[in-house]
Design a protein around this ligand. Structure first.
Ligand code: PMV
Length: 328
């Protein structure tokens, strides 16, 4: 058995605009997906998972995405997760030159699915790392990130940036601009994450922003403004100035809302965090529902979110210094 883990992430700045070549700064967080892999003697892929979301549910699943998992979670989300595993294994077979390798795959994750915390990237990175090692191949982080990116690209119909997968493979804070991905220095930020229990449809949200951008110059300008804000944010991050970082997160949330990707529950959580005295707060990831990230070293934001109707869970998350970890 080989086993690897990989972290989820929050976007400090820049989601959506990154799709159009603007820079983005995601940060890996200590919420991980763990994937165990055993090679089979036949070419079948069997996936088992007891826990794919914060609440936990059980899925007994085998074969490709055609199975009907018996689970207490949105079936489309689980099918999507399994689609990522199928494609990740296709990448592994290609990279190892073993087209008929079969595997038993076990997934555990404490990252909510489809909620803007990079659950799919974490599962894909950990799965590719564990499965390639099961075939005796060790990928460097850059190649692992590349294979994970190709997986997302294939599953998401060609609409994916390198941000999630690179961040999950390498850990820490990263800067992504087009094909240029690099690690950057960042202090351990006091992240508080609020989760509304929901999920957004990344593909539909990305397409929605694309239509707005095609139709209105203001939307194209908004995307450019997010890029300007990220460039400013990078220098502020290096200096560790929480007040200004928070202000920029607030701006970023406003610009994302203008692009139509926020929601009432995300806005409510953002405002609860701000009212509680957070340095700043914004949605993270594709939006539509899911998670917000706030900066607050005090317990106030956590308390406010815990009592906010519509916020299903709240937790602190530390910056994950490591990306992929080889557990067995
Ligand atoms: O919600 P997530 O974690 O899948 O993030 C999506 C981020 C987008 O910028 C909207 C799309 C992308 O591929 O970068």
């Amino acid at each position: 058995m080989t086993r690897s883990s990989a972290p989820g992430k929050v976007y400090l700045f820049g989601e959506h605009a990154v799709v159009y070549g603007e820079p983005a700064v995601p940060c890996a967080i200590e919420r991980r997906a763990r994937v165990g892999v055993e090679r089979r003697s036949d070419a079948t892929l069997r996936v088992h998972s007891d826990e794919l979301s914060l609440d936990g549910f059980t899925v007994e699943y085998s074969g490709s995405t055609a199975g009907t998992p018996d689970i207490d979670a949105d079936e489309s989300l689980v099918n999507a997760a399994m689609g990522y595993v199928d494609e990740a294994i296709a990448q592994v077979r290609e990279v190892a030159g073993e087209t008929d390798a079969g595997f038993d795959v076990t997934i555990e994750s404490d990252i909510p699915l489809g909620a803007g915390l990079g659950s799919s990237a974490a599962v894909v990175v950990a799965a590719i790392d564990a499965a390639t090692r099961a075939l005796g191949v060790e990928l460097e982080p850059a190649e692992l990130a590349e294979r994970a990116y190709r997986t997302e690209l294939a599953v998401q119909d060609g609409q994916a940036s390198r941000a999630d997968t690179f961040c999950s493979a390498t850990g820490g804070a990263v800067r992504v601009e087009g094909d240029d991905c690099r690690s950057i220095e960042a202090p351990d930020l006091p992240f508080v994450i609020g989760f509304d229990g929901g999920a957004g449809d990344t593909g539909a949200l990305v397409s929605g922003v694309r239509s707005l951008r095609d139709e209105y110059d203001f939307a194209a300008d908004t995307i450019g403004s997010i890029g300007d804000l990220v460039r400013r944010g990078e220098t502020v991050l290096e200096a560790g100035e929480l007040d200004e970082l928070g202000d920029l997160m607030d701006f970023n949330h406003g610009l994302l809302a203008a692009l139509g990707v926020s929601s009432r529950s995300l806005d409510n959580m953002v405002w609860a965090a701000r009212t509680a005295g957070a340095h700043g707060a914004k949605l993270t990831g594709a939006g539509g529902g899911g998670c917000i990230v706030a900066l607050d070293p005090t317990p106030e934001t956590e308390t406010a979110l815990r009592y906010l109707p519509g916020c299903e869970s709240v937790f602190r998350a530390e910056l994950a210094e490591d990306g992929v970890r080889r557990l067995e």
